[in-house]
Design a binder for this molecule. Structure first.
Ligand code: SAH
Length: 374
């Protein structure tokens, strides 16, 4: 196995820092949007109209922004709604209920988002970084390293683009709305904290300042950057935290989730527990089931004991993910019998447990498959 170094900082280009994505209203607070227009010599009050087009009406064609003076429309749109990304490819699965889009960002970086429609809810899985620096050996994104952090607006735009497609009835099942956003695409959200929080604020701010979504519908998934989990708990936005644990013991987790060499299982689970206490939100423990690696009955017992050592008041839910083998991977998914036994043992310890569905497998749209090959 080749080992990649853990990367926290954005890599620098050959000539210093890389150029930043264009600034977009979704990067800014409403007050900053006004100031930004004024600095461009444009009337600040137009910011609210542009925000309404973007967040409430989900308009992307300037022609439809007829409340803006035709002579100024171009400048206004360029000032606050610059194009951030272009779709390169869309793939569908599950009879159109799952849709993966490959996006090209302003600098050529590639990222993916996946829209999943279920009866009664529609979830979009978004990327927060181009690539990822966390180097988990079983994850496709982890194999390519980190290219760069995404901006808040680049994150939000994936959701808005999905909302537009749904609103226009382009997704099987007729017109609809997005109810859930999960930060489970490419990247480690907590390693791009500022932009991710900015994006969460834009998603939850009431329209037209933001998309007006409920924080309860948003899940931020992390390998466990402990100081960031603590910081998120203090933000006062009760998003759901998902912790990618994958092993209950340090020996194995050091290998599967290399950040564990920095923050151990005990510290990481304690941070998750503190998060649950602070936000009153149940934490989700993600556990990709790998045959013969982390799926033994004794590990199920140990996982249950580790989680219960913080209390058995239902602070935690375990989400088992059948491993999606990446090309050339030495690991495969668990035997269904071992999976059932794992569930049984966790439930016997009073821990609510589900096995995640495997939406989008055939389009590599499932967990950990987002590698943006183009
Ligand atoms: N970096 C964040 C979010 C992105 S990955 C995190 O690690 O939580 C989203 C989830 O998919 C994580 O739980 C991750 O461990 C899991 N995952 C990655 N590769 C996978 C694979 N090949 N099969 C199943 N799940 C995988």
């Amino acid at each position: 196995m080749k080992t990649l170094p853990l990367v926290f900082e954005e890599p620098k280009g050959p000539r210093g820092p890389k150029p930043k994505p264009p600034r977009h209203l979704a990067d800014m607070t409403p007050a900053e949007r006004r100031t930004h227009l004024e600095e461009l010599g444009l009337p600040g009050f137009r910011a609210r109209q542009l925000s309404t087009h973007y967040f409430s009406r989900l308009v992307d064609d300037p022609e439809q922004m007829t409340d803006l003076p035709a002579g100024q429309r171009g400048e206004l749109v360029e000032g606050l709604l610059p194009r951030l990304m272009t779709p390169l490819k869309t793939q569908e699965a599950d009879k159109g209920a799952t849709r993966k889009t490959l996006w090209k960002l302003f600098d050529g970086s590639l990222v993916e988002s996946v829209l999943m429609r279920y009866p009664g809810r529609t979830t979009i899985c978004v990327s927060s970084q181009a690539g990822c620096g966390m180097a988990c050996p079983f994850c496709a994104t982890g194999q390519g390293g980190l290219q760069r952090n995404m901006s808040a607006a680049e994150i939000v735009e994936q959701v808005v683009a999905g909302a537009r497609a749904l609103g226009r009835g382009e997704v099987a099942g007729g017109p609809g709305r997005i109810s859930n956003v999960v930060f489970m695409g490419m990247g480690e959200p907590m390693a791009n904290y500022k932009a991710v929080i900015g994006a969460v604020r834009r998603l939850t701010d009431p329209t037209p300042d933001g998309l007006g979504m409920s924080a309860r519908g948003i899940t931020v998934s992390t390998v466990g950057l402990v100081p960031r989990i603590n910081q998120l708990a203090a933000e006062g936005i009760p998003v759901t935290l998902a912790l990618s644990l994958h092993a209950p013991d340090d020996e194995l987790r050091d290998e599967l989730v290399p950040i564990n060499t920095r923050w151990k299982v005990a510290e990481t689970v304690e941070a998750a527990w503190n998060y649950a206490r602070a936000t009153k939100r149940r934490v989700s423990i993600e556990y990709a089931m790998m045959r013969g690696i982390n799926d033994q009955a004794w590990r199920a017992d140990l996982l249950g004991d580790v989680l219960n050592s913080y209390g058995d008041w239902g602070w935690v839910h375990v989400n088992l993910i059948p491993l999606n083998p990446t090309p050339g991977s030495k690991w495969t998914a668990s035997d269904p019998r071992d999976e059932r036994e794992f569930v049984r043992r966790l439930e016997a310890k009073g821990i609510s447990t589900t096995v995640r569905d495997t939406r989008g497998r055939e389009i590599d749209g499932a967990c950990g498959q987002l590698a943006a090959e183009g």
